[in-house]
Design a protein around this ligand. Sequence first.
Ligand code: 6PG
Length: 262
Amino acid sequence: MKAGDRGVRADRGEIRVVPDANALARAAADLFVEVTTEAVMDREHAYVALSGGTTPRQMGQLLREPEHRERVPWDCLDLFWGDERWVPESSPESNAGVARRTFLDAVPVPASAIHPFPTDSEDPAKAAKTYERTLRQVVGGDGIPRFDLVLLGMGDDGHTASLFPGTAALHEHEALALANHVSKFDSWRLTLTVPVINAARTVAFLIGGSGKAATLAAVLEGGRQPYQLPSQLIEPVEGRLLWLIDRDAAADLQSAGNSSGG
Ligand code: 6PG
């Protein structure tokens, strides 16, 4: 696929290819502004789940700058995370800690509107249950709480959030948040589950780099094997699925009628 192919509908959502990592960050920051302002206009509030890993950091650096910062309705937002490592926020591994240090400490979002997973609690299972309670209390609504935007990354093994291949969380259909033991890291993760991600109004993957190209092609164009490629489990029930990807990550995609790659 060529950079610049915009809004190509694949059977697994809308694919937008941008030239590089900077453009990916900008597209994500623009989406953050678009979705939050629209949600506030329509429903006076916006609920967002941030993703972890390294890809979204550049988005955060843009959101703290006036061009984007001044267009986000920070006082009408509640921010959650799609997943978290079982580490203190002070750890460089902490998704919430990195987000605070990257941009949240520099924007006027009320402290009470920032909802990290409670990794200082007794144990991962209790932390997940507490998170689910917070999610239900803050986002509210009947049934499954509905995010306006869930941002996701994808690992080169096809995982998303902390929904890793072969792990118990892939099969969870009731709980909204779960402690998930990931044997490849021999560590606990906390993650939102598939039902709450798929209840969102907009789910956007941010994927960059040639290291993801083969897996992304398998996820988007290969056979359906969601327990080996958990990103395939993400199919919003009544929402929009967006794949924001840079040219390197799109290199192996054949969709959009472009077989020249590039
Ligand atoms: C995490 C994430 C995880 C991440 C992917 C991609 O806690 O690591 O939530 O799902 O989004 O592993 O990570 P990169 O952006 O670092 O490639």
